[in-house]
Design a protein around this ligand. Structure first.
Ligand code: AMP
Length: 368
């Protein structure tokens, strides 16, 4: 295990494995280009080590050059791609093979394709040492791939975490085992959102409220928002397929989170199963499910009060509120035994002053 800045990383690919992939690529490319004197264009900074090892095993006439784009800041792709070092000169009529260290979402690749489409090169091909096929959403088919890898954050062999780790000879993967992932459980109005707001500050966690994500989408009139509205207005649950996919997207958007607070998710057995499977695939897990308990009549009064201020359609009348409680009793309450079986279920009295309740929750989290 190694530490870079605030994160730990565990060994993932050894030097031999990487060099074998580089050799395999060189052989494949040589088959197509050995008589064409291609220009290999490395994408800085990440590809420098790959380009170097690649050229050592590509023993045919060739030239080498570099471009530099920027899209990563920390662990998340910002989506902004700038050109910092432009395409080489005198590439008219030439065969270009772009050498990338890793392709994930495909945003940088799109920019590269755009850059080279504007030139008069004879042809250009893309070769990437690592390829995260699960994350890739681009249209361009990648011509040569060294190794397909899962959608996890990696460093080493030219790749960095906030500029550190580029000089490692092996590739390491982000270690997720010191994450804290919590599910806040409880009926509408139990105070999950309010408490999540305090806990996320205290424990440096990312708060995901599925209700908030739906409301954001409704406000912005997205397809997802339009679809969810009819259910939410009635106090019914939005279908599982929709909610589960949305939740996964929210988690994927935050690869650098120190942990998550899931608020309002899972609400059905299918969602709980899907969450466990999804987290396991990312080497993550739920550490605790904490239920905030309060009496129905108190909750109805709280929600009607909140509805006056927020204007939320589902907080306006008692029938819709009672329907949400019915949905909870029928579909969500059974999850208690799901988490009890895993030894992860905790209850906290949700009646009292807000800071008292935060303290009660903190005690549970600190005991984990
Ligand atoms: P909330 O803000 O958590 O009370 O959620 C408001 C509404 O959004 C709920 O009454 C549901 O209609 C919908 N919703 C939120 N989370 C989920 C979920 N996990 N599954 C299905 N529907 C949900």
């Amino acid at each position: 295990m190694i530490k870079l800045h605030d994160k730990t990383f565990k060994p993932y690919l050894g030097e031999e494995q990487i060099l074998a992939a580089v050799k395999k690529m060189a052989a494949e490319i040589a088959k197509d280009y050995k008589d064409k004197t291609p220009i290999f264009v490395g994408v800085l900074n990440g590809a420098f080590m790959f380009v170097s090892d690649f050229l050592k095993v590509y023993q045919h006439p060739c030239e080498v050059s570099f471009v530099r784009l920027s899209s990563y800041h920390g662990l998340t792709s910002t989506g902004i791609v700038e050109t910092l070092l432009d395409v080489p000169e005198n590439i008219d009529g030439r065969s270009v093979v772009i050498l990338e260290d890793v392709i994930d979402t495909g945003r940088t690749l799109k920019q590269l394709v755009h850059l080279f489409s504007q030139t008069n090169v004879k042809e250009f091909k893309i070769a990437s040492l690592f390829y995260k096929s699960e994350a890739y959403s681009g249209e361009y088919a990648i011509d040569y791939v060294g190794l397909e890898i899962p959608n996890d954050f990696i460093v080493g062999y030219g790749l960095d975490y906030k500029e550190l780790g580029r000089n490692l000879r092996e590739v390491y993967q982000l270690n997720q085992s010191n994450m804290i992932n919590l599910v806040l459980f409880g009926k509408p109005g139990a105070g999950k959102g309010t408490q999540a707001g305090f806990l996320k500050e205290k424990y440096n966690l990312k708060h995901i409220s599925t209700g908030d994500v739906f409301r954001y989408n409704m406000k912005n009139g997205t397809e997802l928002g339009k679809l969810a509205k009819s259910y939410i207005d009635q106090g019914d649950l939005v279908p599982d397929e929709v909610t589960i996919d949305m939740l996964k997207d929210e988690v994927e958007k935050n690869p650098d989170a120190a942990g998550f607070i899931f608020d309002g998710f899972p609400r059905t057995a299918a969602q709980a199963e899907a969450l466990d499977n999804f987290l396991e695939s990312k080497d993550m897990q739920i550490n605790a499910t904490i239920a905030l308990e309060a009496d129905d009549d108190i909750l109805v009064a709280r929600l009607l009060e909140r509805g006056k201020e927020s204007g939320r359609s589902d907080d306006q009348d008692e029938d819709k509120i009672r329907n949400r409680f019915d949905e909870y009793n029928l579909k969500t309450a059974p999850l208690k035994s799901f988490y009890e079986k895993q030894g992860k279920f905790h209850t906290v009295n949700g009646i009292g002053e807000i800071d008292e309740i935060t303290t009660r929750l903190g005690k549970v989290i600190d005991s984990l």
